[in-house]
Design a protein around this ligand. Structure first.
Ligand code: F6P
Length: 476
């Protein structure tokens, strides 16, 4: 890769802002992603020389790298300079699926659940070596792209080692690391072998600043440093907190496009009306089918609502969008099957010829998600743990007539939204059933008032501000 040494701002993340699909004729179709980093980076303006370094994730991406040398065509990226790395597929699989998604994700979301897991043996060590190689590939690419004194924002648990590696290669850079996940408390974090725990923390401490979505996760990181490395943050790394809010302008504009209106009409038909002709209520959830999202317990809580409060039978529909995620991993595939099994069981137990209690859809459709946000009476957001959870923030912004929010106290968003949400313990099925009942019973006036306050909170930290604040905090 040729050295450019020109960028003044760099972002590094596993998943980039664009991905490619290869069709049978050999044509590449680019698909642009959304999210906080994309709008954040576009907020720095056209004059800054910014580059986003990311990894090729599939055959389409690899072909795009082969054709472009890794410097993607700006026509595909909305003008953004993107450097896509073609890391050896086996190395990427071991680093991404083996370490990032099966170890670090499990630790921070506290997902290990059997006496047999985790067990860190030879296979883990082999995958860890790949994780080091993968992190080094990013550090080297960033070192080549960065201009003198540039600001580098390294994202997430995929790239915990890159900050220290980059510091070794380019001491002149201002380096930030940002964790989008929760951070585990020391007693859980220390399931990792001691040397690995020290490498993860030491890797992040190679940055000038380590930042988190909430104070709770920042404190947990500091506690882990004390427990594993001894008192004090040894390298003098500063710790920061930057909450991330919903992108109100984008959401409000996108939620009123004709494709969203069309999907609302389809959903309204599916929901139907109660036997007495009254309007049926709607409980909506939208998630990736991701273990930490706690979809199965959410369905069980809905079942308990129907069982213990029969007045809701035929008068409510649960719309559950559970979009595929990380399907290369067997544990995710099994979880997806379990979600489908439980939903089908509820439908066969309680359904009637005119009423399907659970409408479960697994095909990703953003317009349909927005349609569901607009018409929801209740939104169920019940993760076991979550760095922030943007669904909790997006629903109130988009809701047409007000939506009661049932929110896990273990989601980062809870710190900001607790006053107007109905709080739940994500393990307590009975408690979640009671919360659903409370939310469904809320009067329209109170629901609208709460939604207004939730929307104001949810949009207080737009993605552009989240991004620019981090840059400003790195100084320069
Ligand atoms: O929640 C942390 C996070 O990195 C998100 O920013 C991102 O959506 C997800 O995890 C990663 O998902 P994936 O494995 O599909 O790239």
């Amino acid at each position: 890769m040729a050295s450019t040494h020109t960028a003044s701002v760099l972002v590094a993340s596993n998943r980039g802002p664009v991905s490619y699909a290869l069709d049978e004729t050999g044509r590449l179709a680019a698909k642009r992603g959304g999210g906080g980093l994309v709008s954040g980076l576009s907020a720095i303006g056209p004059d800054a020389d910014a580059v986003w370094v990311c990894s090729a994730l599939g055959d389409g991406d690899r072909e795009a790298v082969r054709r472009t040398g890794g410097a993607l065509d700006p026509a595909d990226t909305g003008g953004q300079r993107v450097r896509m790395l073609d890391i050896d597929p086996q190395v990427h699989t071991d680093a991404y699926n083996g370490i990032a998604n099966s170890v670090l994700w499990f630790v921070h979301h506290m997902l290990y659940q059997t006496p047999l897991e985790p067990a860190f043996g030879a296979e883990f060590r082999r995958q860890w070596a790949a994780y080091e190689t993968y992190n080094r590939a990013f550090a080297e690419a960033l070192a080549l792209e960065a201009g003198e004194g540039a600001a580098v924002l390294i994202q997430d648990y995929h790239l915990t080692l890159a900050p220290r590696m980059l510091r070794g290669l380019r001491p002149d850079l201002r380096i930030g690391h940002f964790s989008h996940t929760p951070w585990a408390p020391p007693e859980y974090f220390r399931v990792l072998p001691d040397d690995i725990a020290a490498q993860v923390l030491g890797g992040i401490l190679g940055a000038d600043r380590a930042a988190f979505l909430t104070q709770r996760w920042a404190d947990a990181f500091t506690d882990c440093c004390h427990a594993v490395l001894g008192p004090g943050i040894p390298s003098g790394t500063r710790i920061g907190v930057h909450g991330l809010g919903a992108d109100a302008d984008f959401l409000r504009q996108r939620a009123h496009q004709p494709d969203v209106d069309e999907r609302m009409a389809v959903l309204r038909k599916q929901i139907g009306s109660a036997p007495d002709g009254s309007r049926r209520r709607t409980i909506v959830r939208v998630d990736r089918t991701e273990l930490s999202k706690n979809i199965v317990r959410g369905l069980l809580a809905y079942e308990e609502l129907l069982e213990t409060r029969p007045q809701w039978r035929e008068r409510v529909v649960h719309i559950a969008f559970a979009y595929p995620s990380r399907q290369d991993l067997a544990v995710y595939r099994r979880y997806t099957e379990e979600v489908q099994r439980v939903a089908a069981e509820i439908n066969s137990r309680y359904g009637t010829p005119g009423w399907t209690p659970v409408e479960l859809h697994v095909k990703d459709d953003f317009a349909r998600s927005l349609a569901a946000y607009r018409l929801a009476d209740v939104a169920l957001v019940n993760p076991i743990r979550d760095g922030m959870n943007l669904v909790a923030k997006e629903v109130p912004v988009v809701s047409d007539e007000g939506c009661a929010l049932v929110l896990s106290r273990e989601a980062g968003a809870f710190e900001e939204l607790s006053e107007d949400a109905v709080a739940v313990n994500p393990y307590d099925i009975g408690g979640m059933a009671a919360a659903l009942h409370e939310a469904l019973s809320m009067g329209p006036g109170e629901r609208a008032e709460r939604t207004k306050r939730l929307a104001a909170q949810a949009t207080a930290l737009p993605p552009a501000r989240w991004f620019l604040d981090q840059l400003a905090a790195l100084g320069g």
